[in-house]
Design a protein around this ligand. Sequence first.
Ligand code: C2O
Ligand code: CU
Length: 560
Amino acid sequence: ARIRHYKWEVKYEYKSPDCFKKLVITTNGKTPGPTILAQRGDTVVVELKNSLLTENVAIHWHGIRQIGTPWSDGTEGVTQCPILPGDTFKYQFVVERPGTYLYHAHYGMQREAGLYGSIRVALPEGESEPFLYDYDRSIILNDWYHKSTYEHAVGLSSNPFVWVGEPQSLLIQGKGRFNCSSIATPTLEPAVCNTTSPDCSPYAVTVVPGKTYRLRIASLTALSALSFQIEGHNLTVVEADGHYVEPFVVKNLFIYSGETYSVLIKADQDPSRNYWMTTNIVSRNATTTNTLNVTTTTAPGLAFLNYYPNHPRRSPPTVPPAGPAWNDVQPRLNQSLAIKAHRDFIHTPPQSPDRVIVFLNTQNKINGNTRWSVNNVSFTLPHTPYLIALQQNLTDAFDQTPPPEGYDFVNYDIYKKANNSNATTSDGIYRLQFNTTVDIILQNANTMTPNNSETHPWHLHGHDFWVLGYGKGKFDINNDPKKYNLVNPIMKNTVPVHPYGWTALRFRADNPGVWAFHCHIESHFYMGMGVVFAEGINRLGNLPSSIMGCGETKGVTHRP
Ligand code: C2O
Ligand code: CU
């Protein structure tokens, strides 16, 4: 195993990812940032210099379990203090499994400013995957806003509430196209929106006719659930969140924020032209009506599958294919149900849990603010990171009352507009007995809008979980567990809970540390849609002093 050493600098720069110029956070000058390439068993070291001038930062290594290094998880408020402007922080961790992973900012809503990228962990020399391909490409899908994270965060925490709205565009590997002529007020600066800027020329994946490509597709959207498709080509799904999938073929791939998939495509179509690669929003009606009553819809993200030797900027001769209907839940549920562990890579789950926790997902009003809650508790981050507070027994650093294990199963109507007037905010956490098996049931419900239930992609830090099942309506604790897949469930780190549905997960609390579990929609987590698990704290040993320096840890340490 090798050491992969990276030196990164994050800073604000003007960029035009969708032709519209704005301040974005770059990593070594780019967004998406550099791809981390490693082999299984390697140690990755990232020395991160914060050059954001007046803003803190922290980076999370999404899908990497951080076994033995919980302080490198990069989750501000949970595993570390934020990295101050001018400071350099060293992340160090082992990538112990092959697969497709991500990294992104985990401080406030900073991820949506552009601080994200891919991690690709290959097998060691001499080992091979359970499928064949000639070449490998990473594609991150994202949605993109023109307002700053500050404008969003202030709006979300204001009364009256200001929603972030639908994104201005969708990006494929950092490139998109905003319709500049739709800007209502002409700006003083003519170059602010320029469709000829090379920044926003469509992304192209160049393929050699006859070859097979492994596309590692990931989503880091702030809000949107997406469908991804390539005109004229089938996608064979072979990997999900770092686990091999029993292969299945789709025309379009549904992908939620925080998920990664590998799909195989064969360049077997007419090689005299290029083909559209498109992504579009599902699960939300992505239309926005402004004060002048003009309605706009977020345009699909467009890229090219470029057949060599055609020019990579040559537009396909066709109209981009339309994606699936945004409001059709069934095909999305079907895809979720289709994902099973590859027959030669089955990790059989423990056959029963030691503890079952049900998480009702609701929208609430708390003191006039619009929030998201889990079992009527809306999560807030403490000023002292849990990892340090727990290890040093700083009991007044956060609420010591654990949040509830469930909700009023008998009386709560998940189809009725949420009221939940008894909701509260808390930074309390769930303490898990080390080495026990925990079941989590995510229960979806109606929002505060009548006849509306959203899709929430939940992401667990520090673990992979088995996906035991999905269902419609209210989870029935007596009968639904009998239908669990205990034979070949896929393991994942991010999973959707579909509108008015439930999703059941199982994991082993075997990784000493403190781990966030939250909706990966940037604004939902910011509005309280998350929880924190702690396990094996007495096994931690000494924490590095580099993670300290904030909240109650100020006196405990000295920063270099
Ligand atoms: Cu990718 Cu806690 O997130
Ligand atoms: Cu959500």
